[in-house]
Design a protein around this ligand. Structure first.
Ligand SMILES: Nc1ncnc2c1ncn2[C@@H]1O[C@H](COP(=O)(O)OP(=O)(O)O)[C@@H](O)[C@H]1O
Ligand SMILES: [Mg+2]
Length: 365
């Protein structure tokens, strides 16, 4: 048991994929997913997420490398023998079949008998709270209901692994958020391993145990949501996940774990050196809007501060969002909580801002 838990359930080993024999759309990808994990592949359109899912499902073959399922190479196992459930954004239900028949289909393919099919279909439908809809046809259901049936159909044969490719993309915001919760809840309850694909960062952060951020066929960083947000390892991840302020400059010195950076405006700031190593290197420093301080009492003694001009104040209810001009950047955003004693900054005012050096990350330029 202990061994089964530590061993990867799904593993990509140096996987490459080219459709045309020239361009690699997946480059030397390594990924190990433990049993029971909810892993999300997040990245811009065209970054290779669907291709990875299709190779795992067996609808595409890897050009190089190996994909293992439960320790065994799956290259030669046909898709329907891999025991994988799938849900896609536009994976329509069979329109001429009722809900019950749609659910029965994957069980027929797997040679289950009639009574077993009925029992399993009923259980899967109850799971997504659609038990009353067994005799309806897809056209008689809303988009959200159809997506629940698609989910039930993916789970009905009790797969250990479920792949989902933007399954909520077609739903409106409210339903999407409800389904996000239902899918993670169900996945954890059933203990299934999920590989989920989305380009929506909020969805990725709220649903996943870990998120693999894709860009251009390469995993840029793979980490739990909080780590990804708070400790991005490069500029791409910092920009792609959450809102972020960037300032450009050159490293002047690195001492005692703090990098002194001279911005292109001539200002000096203190940062945490993340992927800069020596003076003279160009860097893009990254700071989250909620980590910027303008209350001097809350700043560490001796840290460098910057002059800023307030350009715009936006009241958002729970927070205040203020746009500043900082070191020549007119899009510098700060967010403050709407506390009773919180200052509402007025456009035109000059203020001084700063931060804890560890909240400001010196990344690749
Ligand atoms: N069947 C295909 N034939 C040729 N090129 C493809 C095919 N599917 C995807 N691609 C290309 O591979 C790259 C990755 O696509 P895809 O895996 O669909 O990305 P994502 O799901 O992240 O949007 C893109 O450049 C896309 O145009
Ligand atoms: Mg895709």
């Amino acid at each position: 048991m202990a061994e089964a838990q530590t061993k990867a359930f799904v593993e990509f080993q140096r996987v490459q994929k080219s459709y045309d024999g020239e361009v690699l759309v997946v480059k030397d990808l390594n990924l190990a997913i433990p049993r029971g994990e909810f892993l999300t592949m997040l990245g811009p359109s065209g970054s290779g997420k669907t291709t990875c899912l299709m190779m795992l499902a067996g609808f595409e073959t890897a050009t190089h490398g190996e994909i293992l399922l439960d320790g065994k190479p799956i290259n030669n196992i046909p898709p329907h023998k891999r025991g994988i459930g799938m849900v896609f954004q536009n994976y329509a239900l069979f329109p001429h079949m009722t809900v019950g028949e749609n659910l029965s289909f994957p069980l027929e393919v797997r040679k289950f008998g009639k009574s077993e099919r009925e029992a399993k279909a009923k259980r899967a439908l109850d799971m997504v709270e659609m038990g009353d809809f067994i005799t309806r046809r897809p056209a008689q259901l809303s988009g959200g209901q159809q997506q629940r049936i698609a989910l039930a159909r993916a789970l009905v044969f009790e797969p250990e692994l479920v792949l989902m490719d933007e399954p909520l993309g077609a739903l409106d915001k409210q339903l999407r958020e409800k389904m996000q919760f239902e899918i993670t809840d169900l996945a954890h309850k059933l203990g299934i391993t999920v590989v989920y694909v989305t380009h929506d960062q909020t969805e990725a952060l709220t649903m996943s145990d870990r998120v693999a951020v894709f860009n251009d066929g390469v995993i840029q960083q793979i980490a739990p949501p909080d780590e990804l947000y708070e400790s991005p390892e490069n500029s791409f991840v910092a920009q792609f996940i959450g809102e972020n302020n960037t300032l450009e400059g050159v490293v002047k010195e690195i001492k005692n774990g703090v990098a002194l950076v001279e911005l292109d405006s001539g200002d000096l700031i203190d940062c945490k050196p993340v992927n800069v190593t020596k003076p003279g290197e160009r860097t893009r420093v990254s700071i989250r809007p909620e980590r910027v301080e303008y209350n001097k009492d809350r700043l560490q003694k001796g840290v460098h501060t910057l002059q800023a001009e307030v350009l715009e104040f936006i009241y958002m209810g729970d927070i205040f969002r203020t746009r500043l001009r900082v070191a020549g950047n007119d899009e510098f955003i700060i967010k403050t909580r709407n506390a009773p004693d919180q200052v509402r900054l007025k456009p035109g005012t000059q203020i001084e801002i700063g931060w804890m050096p560890e909240d400001c990350r010196a990344l690749d330029a």
